[in-house]
Design a protein around this ligand. Structure first.
Ligand SMILES: Cc1cc2nc3c(=O)[nH]c(=O)nc-3n(C[C@H](O)[C@H](O)[C@H](O)COP(=O)(O)OP(=O)(O)OC[C@H]3O[C@@H](n4cnc5c(N)ncnc54)[C@H](O)[C@@H]3O)c2cc1C
Length: 386
């Protein structure tokens, strides 16, 4: 997949390919897959063939090495058709980027080419039954025995963990470390004895994609799977990927918000009340005006954060603003679309109810929107001392 073409041309070629894929391979099947909460195995195979699992992986390890800007546009397009498939590559690429950014050369060579093809697929296992935001409180323990870590504990809400085969597993390697993050490490954990998917979780939306509870009982991982080869860096390694993660979740928000807008613009011209299309009623025009402005603003925020990230700048505030605004835009636009569609918005026959069920996840994942506002405020103070 190594490419010698201009990155802008490559981006356009890939976006066109993604558009065709969404139109032909995804759109016609979404409603049934969503209704049955069925894993989209055929779509995943197609995504493998297209090389989408290697979107962000560097060409020397077999990926496309796309920049974040193009990647965010891919995620926006996917989410506007079916958010679940964006999660299949998003969570996987957070795992892959943890290795690409922090791994030893041997780990990169061993894993990145197989992540790029999708032969190894998965996500990140951080959250536990007792903690999500406060990751320093995790209890999953990895005890070193010779050349292996022996792992015991539980994780929950882990995306891609039933049909995937590998996760970046956040563990405690030193319970007594102070501060606690100095005793936290990140392991490349492939499925094996003692790694059990204990339950697939039922969700409001985000159907089809597997989100599960995991249990580890004397699960053994060779020490050479410790990302970066040094203990005590796990939390930093995972937090280092959060800016990218937030830009991606923000792009999903744009996808949902724009799909809600597009469906509403079309419906408002077809649906007539009191002798005229509802788009001629001022109450509907106010909604459409607000929805369109939110989409445009959210898209600009995501693009600005992606550009800052691609320039290598610190962009936690920009990514936080994009994540906060674009995901709230997704929630607000999906509700407004439901109002505009009247009773049909509430029906399983149309897409609006799915957008409305998918959107709230975005205000929770990759750092809740409460935390985003706190991060923005802290950065604001740090960057503007008096
Ligand atoms: C569908 C789905 C998929 C997921 N996929 C994954 C995955 O692949 N891997 C993974 O590891 N996790 C995953 N998660 C978990 C997700 O990351 C967590 O749910 C999220 O981090 C929030 O953690 P929590 O649910 O424990 O909420 P809590 O941390 O308990 O937070 C509860 C509330 O308290 C607020 N709060 C917490 N601390 C503060 C504070 N200091 N100041 C102000 N407010 C605060 C929060 O904003 C929130 O409103 C997934 C979750 C869902 C629903």
């Amino acid at each position: 997949m190594t490419s010698t073409i201009d990155p802008d041309d490559q981006g356009k070629i890939i976006l066109d390919m993604v558009d065709r894929f969404l139109k032909v391979e995804v759109k016609p099947y979404v409603r049934q897959l969503e209704r049955d909460d069925e894993y989209p195995a055929a779509i995943v195979e197609k995504m493998k063939e297209m090389g989408l699992f290697g979107c962000l992986i560097a060409p020397e390890y077999g990926g496309f090495g796309l920049n974040t800007r193009i990647y965010a546009r891919i995620i926006e397009r996917m989410s506007s058709v079916w958010m679940s498939i964006s999660g299949i590559i998003n969570s996987h690429l957070i795992l892959a980027m943890a290795v690409q950014r922090n791994g030893t050369e041997a780990q990169k060579q061993a894993y990145l080419p197989r992540f790029a093809t999708g032969e190894l697929r998965g996500g990140v296992a951080l959250t536990e039954p007792d903690c999500g935001t406060d990751l320093q409180a995790i209890r999953t323990m990895a005890k070193r025995e010779g050349d292996e870590y022996v792992i015991n504990g539980a994780k929950t809400w882990i995306t891609n963990s039933m049909y995937g085969n590998t996760v970046a597993l956040l563990v405690k390697t030193d319970l007594s470390a102070k501060p606690a993050h100095k005793g936290m490490s990140l392991l490349i954990a492939e499925k094996g004895p003692g790694f059990e998917v204990s339950r697939k979780l039922e969700k409001l939306g985000y159907k089809g994609i597997d989100t599960c509870e995991l249990r580890f009982e004397n699960y053994r991982v060779p020490v050479d799977r410790l990302i970066g080869g040094k203990e005590g860096r796990g939390l930093q390694q995972i937090l280092g990927g959060l800016e990218l993660g937030r830009i991606n979740v923000a792009a999903r928000g744009v996808g949902i918000a724009s799909a809600a807008l597009d469906e509403s613009v079309a419906y408002a011209q077809m649906r007539k009340t009191f002798g005229k299309p509802i788009c001629e009623h001022q109450a509907i025009q106010l909604k459409l005006g607000e929805m369109a402005t939110r989409v445009h603003a959210a898209r600009l925020l995501v693009d600005a954060a992606a550009q800052a990230f691609d320039r290598g700048e610190r962009c936690d505030m920009e990514a936080g603003m994009a994540k906060y605004f674009a995901t709230e835009a997704g929630v607000e636009n999906s509700l407004e679309a439901m109002r505009i569609h009247g009773g049909y918005g509430y029906s399983k026959e149309l897409n609006i109810e799915r957008l409305y069920r998918d959107a709230p996840l975005l205000v929770i994942g990759e750092g809740t929107n409460e935390m985003q506002r706190i991060i923005i405020a802290r950065q604001l103070i740090e960057r503007n001392p008096v």
